[in-house]
Ligand binder design. Structure first.
Ligand code: GLC
Length: 491
């Protein structure tokens, strides 16, 4: 391929505009990296109720027709990507579906019309290309919400100007698949013949992600380890047979991170900056963090922190369960930031009240505080039951905060196990998703901190020297795009 590759990202989230978890961050930083590599990369996403176009945004002329069974009209806004102005972003304004403050779930659980909302997003992504007469080489779809795009490309778009456009689906989290009643096919304007087990049908329902996995030219997921795990019954969430069937087209590419936004040398959220040459700023961050949470201010007590959505996947319940035991045996402090399942929120808040000065909890999300926690802590705890990639362990390593993590998914690919004989490695990993496994690893980290301080300092430095930028992975995506194109348009 000599001409500039044209890529349209289709996504429900894009940081900094709209982001619930890691997906928005990952798509945002990949998009930026591809733009810097000279690709013509654009993004299409909904305009949610919490986003408001400012004066730099341009409304495209005329409403765009969205070709669902019943025609719909939507307004298209165009804007640039902060810091990467050559990347165009198209936001779809359609108030009936997107004028809300939550992306996937409202106060009473999942939005009941998510089937229509995300069929709309997928259909509108294709209609956008016709509307602006820009036909990408690749449509790169992210998770179940965009799973219908490859299905449309292989069916309704076979004779249109999009007939040469190839598709790549990236799985950020296989647990969410978009399973709905059959009627959504009619709504989407898809033919009933797609209701079959090697397309959209699954156990009598329509499964958006499954359709995407069957129809995409290439499938990626966000770490090599997770690419293997999802082919097993334990991690496959029922789609392991499909992923094995498509095994030759399934590739794991490790996510990078936004190394500008997460840089301890320049981070504006920190009271002091630091680098491997001078750690004094990190000590200042630790003191600020201890004060902020009302912990005992003592530079010698190690802080273990966790930042996560408080859901089963993340295993924070395992940490909550062992906090009393840890505090009775070890001189440590524990901090948690996040929100999610109410029983975990409640239990953590209760621990915070029971152990003043030792445990700090912030229920919710606070960007500045999350940066301070990554910088001021000594260890970062990630007891995930599964973790497709995980970004926080990379943020923490970049900030010299050593991870204690379960050996799963991207955590295996990013954290090298500590070796007690020479102090090499970048973290403490454990195998079993259990309180016991986590307890043992925190104990190991704690004894390393107190008894082998030279090893701890060496690990801290090794962590900070790791390259987690998108450089290599963005090049890998470039190859995958070319493979997808040759799969779609064989010579
Ligand atoms: C999802 C996964 C997480 C991954 C992120 C970005 O949130 O749970 O592991 O890092 O997507 O790909």
């Amino acid at each position: 391929m000599t001409s500039t590759l044209k890529v349209l990202m289709v996504t429900p989230e894009l940081a900094p505009f709209a982001s619930v978890g890691g997906l928005g961050d990952a798509v945002g930083s990949l998009t930026k990296a591809l733009g810097q590599n000279g690709l013509d990369v654009r993004v299409v996403m909904p305009l949610y109720g919490f986003m408001s176009p400012d004066e730099d945004w341009v409304a495209k002329e005329g409403p765009m027709i969205v070709n669902l069974a019943g025609e719909a009209f939507c307004r298209v806004w165009e804007t640039g990507y902060p810091g990467s102005e050559n990347v165009k972003i198209y936001c779809l304004e359609y108030n009936k579906y997107f004028q809300r403050h939550e992306i996937y779930t409202g106060p009473w659980g999942s939005h009941g019309d998510n089937n229509e909302r995300f069929a709309f997003l997928s259909r509108a992504a294709l209609d956008l290309c016709h509307f602006i007469k820009w036909y990408p080489d690749i449509m790169h779809c992210h998770d179940w919400t965009t799973g219908l795009v490859p299905v449309f490309l292989n069916t309704t778009e076979r004779e249109t100007a999009l007939k040469n456009t190839a598709s790549v689906v990236t799985i950020h989290n296989l647990q969410h698949q978009g399973i709905f009643e059959k009627g959504i096919l009619d709504f989407a304007g898809l033919h009933q013949t797609e209701f079959r087990s090697d397309s959209l049908e699954s156990l009598g329902c329509v499964n958006f992600l499954k359709g995407g996995l069957y129809h995409a030219n290439k499938i990626t997921t966000v770490s090599p380890q997770y690419a293997q795990e999802i082919r097993t019954a334990e991690f496959g969430c029922g789609l392991d047979p499909v992923l094995n069937f498509r095994g030759a087209d399934l590739i794991g590419v490790l996510n990078g991170i936004d190394t500008q936004g997460w840089n301890p040398e320049t981070d504006p959220y920190l009271p002091a900056n630091y680098s491997t040459r001078d750690f004094s700023g990190k000590a200042a961050c630790k003191e600020a963090l201890q004060r902020r949470f009302g912990l005992e201010v003592d530079p010698h007590i190690p802080i273990f922190c966790a930042i996560a959505r408080l859901y089963w996947q993340k295993g924070i319940d395992l940490l909550a369960d062992i906090i009393p035991g840890l505090l009775s045996e070890m001189k440590i402090q524990v901090l948690v930031l996040g929100s999610g399942e109410h029983h975990i929120e409640w239990y953590l808040s209760d621990l915070c009240n029971r152990y003043p000065g030792k445990v700090g909890v912030y229920i919710g999300y606070d960007k500045a505080l999350s940066h301070l926690m990554e910088a001021g802590s000594d260890f970062f705890v990630m007891p995930s039951r599964f973790e497709p990639c995980g970004l926080n362990q990379m943020y923490s390593m970049r900030y010299g905060t050593v991870p204690v993590a379960r050996s799963t998914g991207g955590l295996v690919n990013t954290i090298d196990q500590y070796n007690e004989s020479d102090g090499s490695g970048t973290g403490f990993r454990f195998e079993e998703a259990s309180c016991h496994g986590l307890y043992y690893s925190i104990g190991w980290a704690c004894s390393t901190y107190y008894d082998r301080p030279q090893h701890f300092l060496k690990m801290r430095k090794t962590c900070m020297e790791k390259d987690f930028s998108w450089k290599t992975s963005a090049l890998h995506y470039n190859d995958i795009y070319n493979w997808a194109i040759s799969a779609k348009r064989p010579l």
